[in-house]
Design a protein around this ligand. Structure first.
Ligand SMILES: Cc1ncc(COP(=O)(O)O)c(C=O)c1O
Length: 454
């Protein structure tokens, strides 16, 4: 292979297996590098519901990549739009210059967002969306003369990406403990996972709304006048699919309103149809002041994130001399032409194929299928909502996460099924184009693997 050729699947396999030392240079993210490189899981291509591995196997995608490929892989409309855009305008400066696409995209996004979230700030990832939203929250209070509101409140088990803001408000210990003291002045709500009281709930758990009251305790401790914002995922994904108890989100909204605290929903995984509406905010009937997104925005095809803000937040900045920059924040690639083209085409597909409604249509079938795993060896909980699912397994005595990893690895190599494992939780979030046969296949294969891993 010459250095300018695109590597073929054969080249990739040779690279991965025949010369393992050639895999050494790439330091893989969130991966057990040494373990992976001994037995790589390498994907060469993808179409629709399936990946093709470098050794030629068709692997059913139970996770939409990493919760992003909601419209399925290689959709011709999205692929065509990216190709065309690359040949038309590759890049335009993002600061004090522009091109039409982000304006058009923001308008289309505002149209599907809940009122009053009608302004959009573009980023390149979920992590950047989170840090952007946290910065906007702090700056918003400052431009209104309440600059003492500097505290940010996250939640245990929360995942908000890997920036210093995101890990500070996040609540996953391994993502925090290596990285020093992070942002000062952050506090955390308790998480809402309660297997004892809510195990094997179908849909939202019935018990636990009272956990929202902990926000009043935090307010009493720090005083509302010091708190800028609360950030939570409506459904926590990365920590193993933790669902909000009935009434919980509504109560958080009420307490935030009472104390003038902004509420941010991190919808990086729940946005763009995962739970049956464009955003979980709409499905749950609770509207925050900002929504952070990424992933499904472009179907994962080009990196992009977006922060939706209310009109009130946006307009608070639009004062002072017209020639003054209102917000000293942004990225070289904010509103990148290729990302915008991918996002616009993705929105076309969501609309023309009715994909946001798929989670509601298929939700009951998905729910029955995943709950059929109850009673299999080591299954200690099953959780589901929309087209999201989690099967929690008992940890092996040798260590947390070992059984989960074995199920994930065996699903991939023995059952041609891609799932996610986080600790001993097997998480599922398939592309929204799936049908009932795909659902049957996912759970037949997962059940066989769980039995084999007993
Ligand atoms: C809720 C949430 N926020 C933020 C992120 C970070 O997104 P990214 O990996 O694009 O930075 C993720 C990623 O999974 C996420 O699930």
């Amino acid at each position: 292979m010459s250095s300018s050729d695109t590597p073929s699947a054969h080249d990739l396999q040779a690279l991965a297996t025949a010369t393992p030392e050639r895999t050494d240079a790439f330091w893989m993210p969130f991966t057990a590098n040494r373990q992976f490189k001994k037995s790589p899981r390498l994907l060469a291509s993808a179409e629709g519901m399936y990946y093709r591995s470098v050794d030629g196997r068709e692997v059913l995608d139970g996770t939409a990549g990493l919760w992003c490929v909601n419209a399925g892989h290689g959709h011709p409309h999205i692929v065509g739009a990216i190709q065309k855009q690359a040949a038309t305008l590759d890049y335009a400066p993002a600061f004090q210059m522009g091109h039409p696409l982000p304006f058009i995209l923001a308008e289309r996004l505002a149209a599907i967002a809940p009122d009053p979230l009608k302004h959009v700030f573009f980023t390149n990832s979920g992590s950047e969306s989170v840090d952007t939203a946290l910065k906007i929250a702090l700056a918003y209070h400052r431009v209104r003369g309440e600059g003492q509101r500097t505290r940010l409140i996250g939640r245990e088990k929360g995942y908000h990406g890997v920036g210093f803001g995101g890990i500070s408000v996040g609540g996953m210990v391994n993502n925090r403990k290596f990285f020093g003291s992070m942002l000062p002045g952050v506090d955390h709500l308790p998480h809402t996972l309660d297997i004892k009281r809510n195990g094997f709930s179908r849909g939202l758990p019935a018990r636990g709304a009272e956990l929202a009251e902990d926000l009043e305790r935090i307010v009493a401790l720090h005083d509302a006048s010091t708190i800028a914002a609360v950030i939570i995922e409506p459904i926590s994904g990365s920590a193993g699919v933790v669902l909000p108890p009935e009434g919980y989100l509504k109560r958080i909204r009420e307490i935030c309103d009472k104390h003038g605290i902004l509420l941010i929903f991190d919808e990086v995984i729940t946005g763009f149809g995962r739970v049956g509406k464009a955003f979980a905010a709409q499905r749950f009937g609770v509207v925050p002041d900002m929504i952070t997104t990424a992933k499904g925005l472009t179907n994962g095809a080009v990196p992009m994130g977006a922060v939706f803000t209310s009109k009130g937040i946006h307009d608070a900045f639009m004062h002072g001399p017209e020639g003054a920059i209102e917000l000293f924040h942004g990225y070289t690639y904010s509103g990148h032409p290729l990302a915008c083209a991918a996002a616009l085409a993705t929105l076309d597909v969501y609309e023309s194929e009715g994909l946001f409604e798929k989670s509601i249509e298929l939700g009951p079938y998905w729910e029955d299928a995943i709950h059929s795993l109850k009673g299999l060896p080591n299954v200690i909980d099953v959780r589901n909502y929309g087209l999201v699912g989690a099967v929690e397994l008992a940890a092996r005595p040798e260590g947390v996460g070992q059984r989960g990893y074995e199920v994930f690895n065996r699903c991939y190599f023995e059952q041609n099924l891609m799932v996610r494992c986080t600790g001993d939780v097997i998480a599922l979030s398939p592309p929204l184009i799936l049908n009932k046969e795909h659902i049957d296949r996912i759970f037949d294969r997962l059940a066989a693997t769980i039995r084999a891993t007993a």
